[in-house]
Design a protein around this ligand. Structure first.
Ligand SMILES: *Cc1c(COP(=O)(O)O)cnc(C)c1O
Length: 390
């Protein structure tokens, strides 16, 4: 069975992890700093903070943005639940806005409307769906006007570029960008996430929040009397200055991610080659088309999503997936609209309010796309699909 996605590990990766295991430092050591430096240099941000997952990073980002009871985080319905959950963790509200069906990213028009109609929106979370960057200049300007912070959910987009050629994560039009290091994403750490920012205040706050809210770097102590004796700083002293979390990542994970980062250009080049071949193969097939067409040279190509008109085809998505499975081809659906989940329905949300997201969801199917998918395997996928749509 060819899976829809998977990671790729080589001997260098194995050696990098083994070196950490023999180094005496499993966590809070040099590999964390090294990964942060490498990511910020790769994407062109001033700072990077590595955390235990992208979900943890989105949570911290929502805290920094000031989402709390009585305020709101806005995101797209077509994303993994984590983008929205970040708002709920803080006690805030989540509001969804529909997608642009041409990109599957949040619609800037819908964002403009919600920002003018609702008050108390503290965070806007655009998701670079399948690695295709959102129009950040427009989103950034709209959010700034409304005094909301922009947090890019770039779980799909490490290594991707914006339309202007800059790297996703440089934070030119956002305060923070959050990446995932889950094995199905661009590079693997096992589990992990990285937040990038250009703002020193935000950087220092993220460092504290990642580790219980305890002072970091040269943060001044708040309690001068307790922190010193006769003018000398007490060597045992530390201060929890705000309520933080334990969202640290280990050196084992960072060493793997760092080794993987060295291969990211090759990973993405191969994905782009595969996408190009899929695009050409499906260009003339009836009842199916790629969900995204623009930004093919800039996308991180996390997913290859086909839109299939199952109603016109007279075959349900379940039958379609089962037939592909019999042909050795695994597929998946990205994503069930977040407002359709029972938890979000209980909070009063419904996917019916987002017609473009709903129609997309009814038609979406992700085909296998990963670095070591062979040409022969891809040909097998294409002919298995062709047999069903023609
Ligand atoms: C995978 C994913 C996340 C969560 O990433 P983790 O590292 O697993 O926490 C968040 N948002 C999107 C869009 C994702 O695809």
């Amino acid at each position: 069975m060819i899976p829809y996605g998977k990671h790729f590990i080589d001997e260098d990766d194995v050696r990098a992890v083994a070196r950490v295991l023999q180094s005496g430092t499993l966590t809070q050591g040099p590999a964390v700093d090294a990964l942060e430096a490498a990511i910020s240099s790769y994407v062109g941000s001033k700072y990077a903070v590595a955390v235990s997952s992208c979900t943890a990073g989105l949570h911290l980002a929502a805290v920094v943005a000031g989402v709390k009871p009585g305020s709101t985080l806005v995101t797209s319905p077509i994303t993994f639940v984590a983008s929205a959950n970040a708002g709920l963790y803080t006690g805030g509200r989540v509001e969804f806005i529909d997608i642009d069906p041409a990109t599957i990213n949040m619609s800037p028009n819908c964002l403009e409307r919600v920002l003018s109609e609702s008050s108390g929106i503290r965070a806007v979370v655009p998701v670079h769906f399948a690695g295709l960057a959102c129009d950040m200049a427009v989103i950034g300007a709209l959010a700034e006007n409304a005094d909301a912070m922009v947090i890019e959910d770039a779980a799909h987009a490490l290594g991707a570029r914006y339309a202007d050629g800059r790297m996703v994560g440089c934070c030119a039009h956002s305060t923070m960008t959050v990446f995932s290091l889950h094995p199905v994403k661009a590079i693997a750490a096992g589990e992990g996430g990285v937040i990038t920012t250009n703002d020193e205040y935000v950087y220092r706050k993220l460092l504290r929040l990642r580790s219980h809210g305890i002072n970091k770097l040269d943060d001044p102590f708040l309690d001068l009397e307790a922190s010193t004796s006769n003018g000398t700083v007490n060597p045992w002293y530390y201060e929890m200055q705000e309520l933080g979390f334990h969202y640290r990542i280990t050196d084992i994970q960072c060493a793997l991610a760092l080794s993987q980062l060295g291969k990211i250009e090759a990973f993405i080049a191969r994905r782009r080659e595969l996408v190009d071949r899929y695009d050409r193969a499906f260009a003339n097939m009836a009842q199916c088309r790629p969900a995204q067409k623009s930004g093919r040279d800039e996308s991180g190509h996390h997913l290859y999503v086909l839109r299939i008109d199952f109603a016109m085809l007279g075959k349900s998505r379940l039958e379609f997936m089962q037939d592909l499975r019999l042909g050795g081809v695994g597929t998946q659906v990205h994503y069930i609209p977040v407002p359709a989940h029972p938890h979000y329905r209980r909070l009063g949300h419904s996917p019916d309010a987002f017609p473009d997201s709903k129609e997309y969801y009814e038609q979406a199917l992700s085909l296998p796309l990963f670095y070591d998918l062979t040409d022969n395997q891809q040909a097998q996928v294409i002919s298995a699909v062709a047999e069903l749509v023609t």
